[in-house]
Design a protein around this ligand. Structure first.
Ligand SMILES: Cc1cc2nc3c(=O)[nH]c(=O)nc-3n(C[C@H](O)[C@H](O)[C@H](O)COP(=O)(O)OP(=O)(O)OC[C@H]3O[C@@H](n4cnc5c(N)ncnc54)[C@H](O)[C@@H]3O)c2cc1C
Length: 326
């Protein structure tokens, strides 16, 4: 076993996910503590320009499985190819983003390799040559520290929690082609329907304007979208708004939605239930707009505006537009 740290560099349509860079930064720290190297593995079709980027973020070697069979994610195709590579290069640690793809891939891979998995971790450290992973449980009310006994140690890392390192254009990596062992694929993706073409994904956004039940109906999201456009922000939502059918689930933030860590999160008409906070309380700055001064969201918010969002949001938008025009 090499004890190297292998980062699964998730990409979609030839664009690397930010979590890949975050994990390369973390992977370099772990590799330094383990006396090993951080490497990356890239699966997809026509992804030959991406290894250079991964090198700039710290990968010393990039394994590339470039094949039309891997153009669209499939659980079995990706797990089969990864398992074959891992059997050959024997990394000590495998880091996978806790994204929709990673949450599907990692358990399948762990089962295939007959090892354990530490899911959705927010901190990783090394003690006595082994990983110690920290993961929030009970919607973030408690933190569990876990160790894995088998090898390789597989961890999924929560996106947007760790900083991504600054890329260094002078850095290079060895690029190694990988045999594609997509194997028997029993389920195929036949169509991908992109939600809200051109909209910013909340999971990747640096500014989010989110709305909840307090919007009063789907038309309330017009106010949210207007402010989001001004701030070049993503549109987020509470589960109450999603369950009411006012907006698609892709926008939901929280325990059963996405975890976000933007620089600015503006929560409008959202009460601040624990399950919503679980997805956004690590935002760097939280602004809450709520007509109830006792709403729990104000206990978490850095700035609170007590008022009717139908009055506050147009004013906020107007002020932001004026400031940005200066
Ligand atoms: C297992 C489980 C998982 C869950 N997962 C999630 C999740 O991922 N994400 C999530 O969000 N929730 C989740 N929930 C639901 C969660 O418990 C809450 O029910 C939900 O977050 C409430 O949404 P809300 O804040 O929009 O609505 P409410 O709690 O009804 O709050 C609406 C707020 O709007 C304010 N308001 C009303 N009118 C106005 C106005 N005109 N101007 C300003 N303010 C106004 C009210 O004062 C109130 O504070 C989960 C629950 C369970 C049990």
């Amino acid at each position: 076993m090499s004890n190297n740290v292998l980062v699964f560099a998730e990409q979609r349509n030839g664009v690397l996910k930010r979590v890949a860079f975050e994990m390369l930064g973390l992977g370099a720290e772990l590799a330094a503590a383990l006396g090993s190297q951080v490497e990356a593995v890239l699966l997809g079709a026509s992804v030959d320009s991406l290894p250079d980027t991964l090198a700039q973020y710290g990968a010393t070697r990039v394994y590339v499985a470039d094949d039309p069979a891997l153009a669209v994610y499939s659980s079995e195709g990706y797990a089969n190819t990864l398992a074959a590579l891992i059997g050959k290069v024997e990394p000590g640690v495998i880091l996978i983003g806790a994204t929709a793809m990673g949450k599907d891939l990692a358990p399948r891979l762990a089962a295939r390799l007959g090892v354990g998995l530490a899911p959705d971790c927010t901190t990783l450290a090394v003690a006595d040559g082994r990983l110690v992973a920290t993961r929030p449980i009970y919607a973030g009310k408690a933190l569990a520290r876990v160790r894995l006994t088998g090898d390789p140690q597989i961890v999924t890392v929560r996106p947007n929690v760790l900083p991504a390192p600054e890329p260094d254009v002078a850095k290079t990596a060895t690029v190694e082609p990988v045999d594609v062992a997509a194997g028997d694929v029993r389920a195929r993706v036949v169509e991908v329907l992109a939600a809200g073409e051109g909209e910013i994904d909340v999971a990747e956004a640096t500014v989010i304007v989110a709305g909840g039940r307090g919007l009063g109906g789907p038309e309330g999201f017009d106010l949210i979208r207007r402010l989001a456009r001004t701030l070049n922000a993503a549109v987020g939502a509470s589960r109450a708004a999603v369950d009411a059918g006012w907006i698609d689930h892709a926008h939901q933030v929280g325990q059963t939605g996405k975890t976000v860590t933007p620089d600015l999160y503006i929560a409008c008409g959202i009460s601040g239930a624990i399950q919503h906070l679980a997805g956004m309380k690590t935002a760097k700055c939280i602004v809450a707009v709520n007509k109830d001064a006792e709403a729990p969201i104000f206990n978490t918010a850095d700035y609170g505006i007590v008022g009717d969002l139908n009055v506050v949001l147009p004013l906020l938008d107007q002020e932001c537009q004026a400031l940005l025009a200066e």
